[in-house]
Design a protein around this ligand. Structure first.
Ligand SMILES: C[S@@+](CC[C@H](N)C(=O)[O-])C[C@H]1O[C@@H](n2cnc3c(N)ncnc32)[C@H](O)[C@@H]1O
Length: 287
């Protein structure tokens, strides 16, 4: 009986969140990450953050907010965003985008000394690894030419991405010849998993980049994928992010966004190419 009671005592429960506490977290998440936590999401936010409270041994959101305010390292902020975002993604998501990359962009880029592509909001890595496989599979692409920058705000997602190990079920949709060329079967604790071969992993540089912060240190890219990231942002933040992404596109460069993320109502100078694909005016340089 005593054991049963102690088990009950450690059962995870979600502390209640007051309107003021929710508002404080909402304002912080918007300011720091652009995250738009709509009113009505109180229960969801409380449930997602309750694990952070447990991990820190805190019993209320009031105490959690004090902890956040006192933490100058930024570590808890990073854990907060990890807890609040979902990193859903998949290999070859929106195949038409990769077909467009293969047919319309790669032939124009293949003569370059280097092809750099940015996957902004790469989550657990399926998108940048898909870009790598499509590009390597395309005629004329030399491995030594390809550089992929893959960024996300979530440390947890980036850790998975860097490891490059995925359950077999996740790679099922990939062509068999890609699997044998780019992946190796896991063993030991990684049975039923596949890992990207080291030379594929080496093509992708994973970095933590918050799209809300200055991107000035980044170069311009002929191709940027920023798909299903702006769903987190309100219109004002979407505007800010699109303006920045456009600045980081080369003339003639292509921006891929998510299918549910139209640019209606957002000021930009890009031309619509096809659903969720936009081109910056100008000619793509060959060199
Ligand atoms: C749903 S996933 C999309 C993954 C992939 N692009 C795709 O379409 O499959 C969205 C990603 O955006 C990231 N994200 C959210 N806010 C961000 C921000 N302010 N800066 C950078 N990444 C952010 C999340 O961590 C998450 O991994």
């Amino acid at each position: 009986m005593a054991q049963a009671l102690s088990e009950i005592a450690v059962l995870p429960t979600t502390p209640t969140i007051t309107a003021a506490e929710f508002e404080a977290i909402r304002a912080l998440a918007r300011r720091q990450f652009g995250l738009d936590l709509k009113p009505g999401k109180e229960a969801l936010v409380a449930a997602r953050l309750s694990r952070r409270l447990q991990a820190l041994g805190l019993i209320s959101f009031e105490a959690y907010l004090d902890y956040l305010a006192a933490d100058r390292s930024g570590r808890e902020l990073a854990d907060l965003i990890d807890a609040l975002t979902t990193n859903f993604t998949s290999f070859l998501r929106e195949p038409a985008h990769f077909e467009f990359l293969r047919r319309s962009m790669l032939p124009r880029l293949s003569q370059r000394r280097s092809i750099s592509i940015w996957s902004a909001g790469c989550a657990t890595g399926e998108e940048p690894y898909t870009i790598a496989m499509v590009t390597l599979d395309a005629a004329n692409t030399r491995w030594s030419n390809l550089r992929i920058l893959a960024s996300d705000i979530s440390n947890r997602a980036l850790e998975t991405a860097r490891r490059g190990i995925y359950p077999s079920a996740r790679v099922d949709s990939l062509p068999e010849n890609w699997k044998s060329r780019f992946l190796q079967i896991g063993c030991g604790q990684w049975q039923d998993h596949f890992r990207f071969k080291a030379d594929v992993r080496d093509l992708v540089a994973f970095r933590r980049i918050n799209l809300m912060e200055s991107l000035q240190a980044l170069p311009r890219f002929p191709v940027i994928f920023c798909r299903n990231v702006m769903i987190y942002f309100d219109r004002a933040i979407q505007q800010r992010v699109i303006t920045r992404l456009e600045e980081h596109l080369e003339p003639g460069g292509i921006l891929f966004i998510g299918h549910s993320e139209g640019l209606t109502g957002i000021r930009h100078s890009m031309d619509y190419v096809m659903p969720a694909v936009y081109r910056k005016p100008g000619a793509l340089s060959k060199g």
